[in-house]
Design a protein around this ligand. Structure first.
Ligand SMILES: Nc1ncnc2c1ncn2[C@@H]1O[C@H](COP(=O)(O)OP(=O)(O)OP(=O)(O)O)[C@@H](O)[C@H]1O
Ligand SMILES: [Mg+2]
Length: 1079
């Protein structure tokens, strides 16, 4: 929604001076100060903008601000230069009215800044595109170039424009910029050669020396040192906040953008350098024979360098500085110049060179920025011209400048009044005559062709004879004495005869903006603006295209004996052209005011501002504007703004806006003489009425604000409530859903439980019934079976015999036996005789059979086993069997021998060569060969002997030698005695009286006792001719040693003796053998 605002909103003081009440100079200043103190630097007088220089950067020129002011009505927002620029641009674009923006004010008031703000605003809001942007850029970049060459630091302004500038910007029908034309007015060229104290020469000199590269300076034969150049004042060469070096780069860049060629830039810099060098040329007097002094150049070095730079022949220039040639008709007269004249000529050349260069620059820029198309253009002119100047010492320049300002004031009054009148006519309002001061009379004093001051000056300059500034003043005193705005001591006007504030060499003019005292000194000279022809011709001869171009009058082929037009004449003409130009355009005014002399922010020097307000004629401006009606406003915005003041127009007025306003005014009882209804606007005569309306509106707005607040709060609370209610419904719905879900689940699970119980109960009931049924059926079957059994038994009983039971019994037994044997067959143990397994007995009555069968099976199994034996094996087993018969359960040694096979020949007697002799001594086969111990009866110790057994005898031989110690024929053996224990002792008892018995019985011990005894026993058993050998087994037996019988007693030995059997002789009759217990 577009917000309708007004300049009247949030106003500090009054934004438009027309509304000032009461209107006086003091209230005017008070309002300006009030606004300035609040950083409101712009104030309107109707459509004129007053701009106070803030001397600090304010945040009011941002792109956002541009957008804010774009396409808004002039009085819609608070006063701003953008509002004026927007208004001008829009009426140019939309209403096809050429515009001019006239910026006036004194030096340092902010004119140049204002003109740049206007240009940048227009550039920001107008069309875009590559070509358009290039044009914009060129137009904007012309400023830095012109400022560098045309601006200088003065005591009033660090960047003071020393020329007047008018720039026409041309637009096409769409409002896109096409190009521009710049006109320049009267450059202050005297500054080139001399600057007042505290001021500088033009910026470009300092920029060149600070910013140019060493290379460039070398080419230009310059030093980076200001003090080396006479034309550069040193006391303020460096300006605070001004970076000359950086600015030089900016200017170079701007020149490039504007379209300067590289060689053109070079030429321009050469000319600047030449001016500096020119200033360094000094002269000295040289007496001539005719007694006059002639000037000579002191040091020709600078002259030489300058001539080299510009391509001028040194001698030509040197001569031009020494002589002056005057041509009259056909005559040529040459006079020498004295030192003063030479200096004058030098300075004149420097000033001319520089001012012509400046004009050339403007022309060159114009060439670049001129519109390319020939179609009709819309034009917006921006005039940034020097303001009214009143110095202590005012000269020709001030006169010219102030004349220009008079003209501008005139055009301002004319145009403002004309516009006012035109508006009244347009709106059908009766025009009442307005009293105001018309400065046409002052303009006439200056510019009148017959007796105007400028005309007088020209007349004096052109007059033959001696012409001085004094003669000029005399002339004025006679011609202008009667004029009411001219004052002079020497005039015939007796009023000023005793006015000591008016020196004799001065005249005073009462300008519209105040009285200004002009000193006539230099008027004639400056108006003539002469450059000796010798110099212009010397310049023309230069081998430098730009210089040649700047001094066309030096061309000898075009010698023009007519005097060139005077400076005053030229200026008047160009001001005339400018005025005519401005009159065709719609004017927009920016009146710049300087708040203080210190270039400081926040300081408002009242006297200074008062002075400016006066000479800018601002009070008059307000008065003219208020002469008829102070305020006017179109019906629509007026109704929109005040409609709340009347019930009939609030909140909506349906009819035409004018009628609405009429109703409104009638309702408010505003006196009829206070306002008039125009065609499209209402005109309010007195600001009081407007403020009355504003006050009523303000009060009403408070009520409306309360009302809006009330409605808004109500609406807000209601929306909040509705929102809460809505939320509550949602929450409740969700909660109910949740509660119902829970309840449903509870019911569902309860139902399932009840259901399951019921089903269980039903199922159990059914089961019970089914079980009962089944039992009934079974019972019935059983009963039926018994019943059938009974029936059958009853039926068949008669067929059974008395012994049927026996048969059944036999049959049953047979069946059981059959089953028993068949089962036994499958559970039979293995064929191994040592397998102790045997199936368990199935029936008690088979106990005997079962045991018997086991025994039979075992015997059969053993028989089977034995039948597999070979003869040798059989013999071995027979031996073992015999050993068993002899020793089993009788001797403790026996069980350990069962598993040892009976090897017989342990010594391998036939194979061992050691026993070869012994073996060969045997005539029988050796059945057993072993080493035995022969127990010595004396001490019981054993001696190893080889024991050999054949079928016929037992042989004992020495173990080492194999010599036979004893050979006992078997028949001599009666018995063998062994103990019951686990020892290997045995006694061989011999037949008493036999040959062998001579030495007595043998008590031997062997590891193979069981085998030896068994073999001995067997031989006895097999020999038919002999009795069987007795084997005594007892722990005490007697042994016959030669004559005595000794008792050998076996006892259980203590374990400490280890496992070995020890034999000790106890006494003559007792030999005790201790055998370790086997347990
Ligand atoms: N709107 C502004 N905002 C901030 N500073 C400003 C503004 N206007 C002017 N100034 C300051 O004031 C100085 C002088 O302004 P400017 O050069 O525009 O004066 P001028 O009226 O053109 O003076 P002259 O007649 O000497 O050329 C500027 O250099 C700048 O520092
Ligand atoms: Mg300026």
């Amino acid at each position: 929604m577009e917000v309708k605002t007004s300049l009247l909103d949030n106003m500090i003081g009054v934004g438009d001076m027309v509304l000032l009440e009461p209107l006086s100079e003091d209230s005017f200043l008070e309002n300006l100060k009030n606004r300035f103190d609040h950083s409101e630097i712009y104030t309107y007088i109707g459509s004129v903008v007053i701009s106070m220089n803030p001397y600090r950067s304010l945040p009011i020129y941002t792109p956002d601000k541009v957008e804010e002011y774009r396409n808004r009505n002039f009085y819609e927002l608070s006063p701003h230069i953008y509002a004026l620029a927007d208004e001008a641009y829009r009426s140019l674009r939309d209403q096809d009215k050429d515009q001019c923006i006239l910026i006036t004010g004194e030096s340092g008031a902010g004119k140049t800044e204002a003109s740049k703000l206007v240009m940048s605003y227009v550039a920001a809001v107008c069309g875009k595109g590559q070509e358009v942007n290039k044009v914009k850029e060129q137009l904007l970049q012309s400023n830095p170039v012109l400022e560098a060459f045309g601006n200088a630091k003065t005591v009033r302004n660090d960047n003071s424009s020393r020329f007047g500038k008018y720039m026409d910007i041309e637009f096409d029908f769409k409002g896109d910029p096409l190009g521009g034309v710049i006109s320049n007015y009267l450059l202050e060229k005297s500054r080139v050669v001399k600057q007042p104290r505290g001021e500088r020469n033009f910026h470009v000199f300092y920029q060149l020396l600070s910013g140019a590269s060493d290379d460039t300076l070398k080419k230009l034969k310059l030093y980076r040192d200001f003090s080396k150049y006479n034309y550069l004042s040193l006391d303020s060469a460096v300006v605070n906040g001004l970076d000359d070096a950086a600015n030089f780069r900016t200017v170079r860049n701007a020149m490039q953008i504007v379209g300067f060629m590289e060689d053109e830039v070079q030429s321009v810099l050469e000319l600047v350098a030449a001016v500096l060098k020119l200033g360094n040329i000094e002269f000295k007097p040289e007496s001539r024979c005719n007694g006059t002094d002639e000037s000579r150049i002191k040091d020709k070095n600078d002259l030489k360098e300058m001539c080299e730079l510009l391509g001028i022949e040194q001698s030509v220039l040197e001569r031009a500085f020494s002589y002056r040639t005057v041509e009259a008709k056909m005559e040529k007269v040459s006079t020498t110049l004295n030192v003063a004249q030479a200096y004058y000529a030098r300075d004149a050349l420097a000033k001319n060179l520089y001012s012509r260069l400046f004009s050339w620059l403007v022309t060159r820029i114009n060439e670049s920025i001129k519109a390319q198309t020939k179609t009709r253009h819309k034009v917006m002119g921006v005039l940034d011209i020097y303001g009214f100047e009143i110095f202590e010492d005012n000269s020709f320049e001030q006169f010219i400048i102030n004349y220009c300002n008079e003209k501008l004031q005139q055009i301002f009054i004319e145009l403002t009044l004309r516009e006012e009148q035109e508006e009244y006519v347009r709106e059908g309002i009766e025009w009442t005559n307005i009293e105001y001061f018309n400065n046409a009379i002052i303009c006439d004093l200056i510019e009148n062709n017959q007796n105007g001051i400028l005309a007088m000056l020209d007349e004096e300059c052109l007059r033959p004879g001696t012409v001085t500034d004094e003669t000029f003043l005399d002339k004025l005193n006679t011609v202008c004495a009667e004029h009411q705005h001219f004052e002079s001591r020497l005039s015939k006007n007796s009023k000023f005869l005793n006015d000591h504030s008016l020196p004799h060499s001065c005249f005073r003019i009462q300008h519209y903006a105040g009285k200004v005292l002009y000193r006539v000194e230099g008027f004639v000279d400056k108006n003539n603006d002469l450059l000796y022809r010798d110099l212009s011709q010397a310049m023309y001869k230069a081998n430098h295209s730009l210089i040649k171009q700047l001094f066309p009058e030096g061309n000898p082929a075009k010698v023009n004996l007519k005097r060139p037009p005077t400076a005053g004449f030229q200026f008047k003409a160009s001001v005339g052209t400018l005025m005519r130009n401005l009159q065709t355009k719609n004017p927009n005014y920016i009146r710049c005011i300087k708040p203080n002399d210190k270039k400081a922010s926040h300081i408002f020097t009242e006297s200074l501002v008062r002075h400016q307000v006066r000479y800018l004629g601002l009070m008059e401006n307000v008065r003219v504007r208020r002469a008829g009606y102070a305020f006017r406003q179109a019906y629509e915005p007026c109704l929109e703004r005040y409609k709340m003041l009347c019930k009939r127009t609030w909140p909506h007025w349906r009819g035409p806006a004018r009628e609405g306003v009429e109703v409104l005014m009638a309702d408010l009882q505003v006196p009829a003489e206070e306002f008039s209804y125009g065609r499209s606007k209402i005109f309010i005569r007195n600001p009081r009425t407007l403020f009355f309306l504003e006050e009523r509106r303000r009060q009403c707005l408070q009520d409306l604000a309360t009302l809006i607040q009330k409605i808004y709060r109500g609406w807000k609370c209601r929306s909040q409530f509705l929102l809460l209610k809505q939320s509550q419904i949602v929450v409740a719905a969700w909660y109910r859903r949740y509660a119902q879900q829970k309840k449903y689940q509870r019911i569902k699970s309860a139902t399932t439980v009840v259901q399951s119980y019921t089903r269980g109960w039903q199922a159990r009931k059914l089961l019970r019934e089914l079980k009962y049924q089944k039992r009934c059926e079974e019972a019935a079957t059983t009963i039926a079976a018994y019943w059938h059994g009974t029936q059958v038994r009853r039926e068949y009983r008669k067929y059974f015999r008395a012994n049927a039971g026996k048969k059944i019994y036999d049959f049953t037994i047979q069946r059981i036996l059959q089953k028993y044997f068949l089962g036994l067959k499958s559970t039979m143990p293995s064929m191994s005789p040592i397998d102790k397994n045997w199936p368990a007995r199935p029936y008690l009555f088979l106990d005997g059979t079962h045991t018997e069968l086991r025994r039979i099976f075992h015997l059969w199994r053993c028989k089977k086993y034995r039948s597999q034996f070979t003869e040798e094996k059989k013999a071995v087993y027979e031996e073992k069997l015999e050993a068993s018969e002899i020793f089993k359960d009788k001797k403790a040694l026996y069980p350990s021998s069962v598993s040892q096979p009976f090897k017989g020949d342990y010594l391998e007697i036939s194979k061992n060569p050691k026993y070869q002799k012994l073996s060969s001594a045997m005539d029988e086969k050796v059945l057993l060969a072993d080493v035995v111990n022969k127990i010595n009866r004396a001490n019981g110790k054993g001696t190893a002997r080889i024991f050999l057994l054949t079928k016929k005898s037992v042989v004992l031989a020495d173990q080492k030698t194999g010599q036979v110690k004893a050979s006992v024929p078997l028949p001599d053996l009666t018995s063998v005695s062994v103990s019951t224990q686990s020892d290997g002792f045995f006694a061989l008892k011999l037949k008493e009286g036999s040959a062998s018995a001579v030495k007595g019985d043998f008590l031997l011990s062997s590891e193979h006792l069981i085998e030896i005894i068994t073999k001995l026993h067997r031989i006895g058993a097999t020999a038919a001719d002999r009795e069987q050998l007795n084997v005594d087994i007892s722990d005490e037996f007697l042994v016959q040693f030669k004559q005595d019988k000794v008792c050998v007693k076996f006892i259980q030995g203590a374990p400490k003796n280890g496992n070995s059997v020890s034999c000790k002789r106890k006494n003559n009759r007792l030999l005790e053998v201790s055998v370790p217990s086997t347990a």
